[in-house]
Design a protein around this ligand. Structure first.
Ligand SMILES: Nc1ncnc2c1ncn2[C@@H]1O[C@H](COP(=O)(O)OP(=O)(O)OP(=O)(O)O)[C@@H](O)[C@H]1O
Ligand SMILES: [Mg+2]
Length: 391
């Protein structure tokens, strides 16, 4: 097995006798996006600063590509790492282009002309050409973030440390920053270590997540491993952050459905299951995020249905469903199609992938219990309509 690109072994750090990091162990694979989560004040920024060489750690070791020397005092090696500060830290008195040029003008002996040429090329690649001559105050928050990311990329780093890259941004901008990180990672081929609290959005672009608590890493795994994690404090942290994760994973939906099943059977005739049929993408591809956004849009669309229906129950991360009366069962198919169309159109227009949503309706009387919904394909149902909602 190849060696991890970044190895953090037993790293300790204390301030004035107060221990913050108490033996951090973490391996980061080359080319991956790893997200570190944890409570406020737990030491996440301190860890990033130790890696960047801004703080000197008291014990343990940090190896980048097998070498000890990382941080700003490592001569030519310092270009291997960039640090994206939470507040962008752009200089107000400099244009966007000058801000981006700064790291190469400061740390290498290249001429101003060569620096300018590299900046121009990067701006072109990142489609930032329009803002090159503008000052930070003249461009939007989202653009500032992109300029800051350009500044982090100009030195062609192998590792980028992101400290809460989305704090203070609205949900849409957050998503675009995550998409941007995932896309740039693929194009520029760096390894990313990110501190972030945005669950589940951050998870859709992360290959691995680590949870830091009590000065140590208490959980590390794939984002999907969170769904089967048992550490009660971790679960509390994750679910406290965003109940949507359990919605998407179906946990809440499942227990609610089981509890309300008898009432549903009394009041409704059909149970409609909506399926999103995009295949699951590797976490870290921006498609994962789009799938999630599209799923959210679909749920929002369906919840706008006018006809009598019950709660929407999230069955698992690809299925949700609701009960309907006999009078609306026949027409619900068209209604869902109409509601989901905008989500489908949006997804198809900005992604190579194609989203197909389908819905099937099952007579509630013929379902022995809600668990039968997990075996839908095996369920004989003459009333099933299985046409994809849009192709
Ligand atoms: N330069 C410093 N001197 C003394 N104490 C510090 C210093 N930097 C950080 N600390 C302390 O270390 C602890 C961890 O701080 P850190 O900034 O890493 O928290 P964090 O996990 O990033 O929190 P947040 O989510 O709020 O950003 C805090 O108690 C903080 O007061
Ligand atoms: Mg911090």
């Amino acid at each position: 097995m190849s060696r991890p690109f970044l190895e953090i072994k037993g790293v300790k750090k204390a301030f004035n006798g107060r221990t913050v990091l108490d033996g951090i162990d973490l391996d980061v694979e080359r080319g991956s996006i790893t997200t570190i989560m944890g409570k406020s004040g737990i030491g996440k920024s301190v860890l990033l600063k130790c890696i960047a060489g801004i703080h000197r750690h008291d014990g343990g070791e940090i190896l980048l590509d097998g070498q000890h020397c990382i941080g700003p005092n490592c001569g030519k090696n310092s270009t291997r790492l960039s640090y994206l500060f939470q507040q962008n830290a752009l200089f107000d008195s400099m244009s966007a282009a000058d801000n981006v040029a700064l790291p190469i003008v400061e740390t290498s002996r290249i001429s101003r002309r060569e620096a300018r040429r590299r900046v121009d090329r990067l701006f072109e690649q990142l489609e930032l050409g329009d803002v090159a001559g503008k000052f930070p105050a003249e461009i939007s928050g989202g653009m500032q973030k992109r300029v800051a990311l350009a500044r982090a990329l100009i030195t062609e780093p192998q590792l980028i440390l992101f400290d809460e890259p989305t704090t203070g941004l609205d949900p849409q901008r957050k998503n675009s920053v995550f998409t941007m990180i995932a896309e740039y990672r693929r194009r520029f081929d760096f390894t990313a270590l990110m501190v972030c609290h945005d669950i589940p959005e951050a998870l859709f672009v992360s290959d691995r997540v680590a949870w830091i608590d009590g000065g140590r890493i208490r959980f590390v795994g794939a984002p999907t491993d969170l769904e089967v994690a048992t550490d009660s404090e971790l679960l509390e942290f994750v679910h406290h952050r965003n109940g949507l994760l359990s919605d998407v994973a179906g946990q809440r939906g499942r227990s609610a459905l089981f509890a309300e099943w008898p009432a549903l059977r009394r009041s409704f005739d059909e149970f409609v299951v909506v399926t999103c049929t995009t295949e699951r993408r590797r976490p870290g591809s921006e498609l994962g995020l789009r799938r999630f956004a599209s799923y959210q849009a679909a749920v929002a669309g369906v919840s706008r249905l006018q006809r009598a229906r019950s709660e929407i129950y999230f069955l698992d991360e690809r299925h949700f469903g609701f009960a309907v009366g006999a009078d609306s069962a026949g027409s619900v198919h068209e209604q869902i199609a109409a509601c989901l169309q905008p989500a489908n159109d949006a997804a198809a227009s900005d992604a190579a992938a194609h989203y197909v949503w389908s819905a099937r309706s099952y007579p509630l009387a013929r379902l022995p219990d809600p668990a039968a919904l997990w075996n839908l394909v095996d369920l004989p149902s003459p009333a099933t309509f299985a046409t994809p909602l849009s192709a």
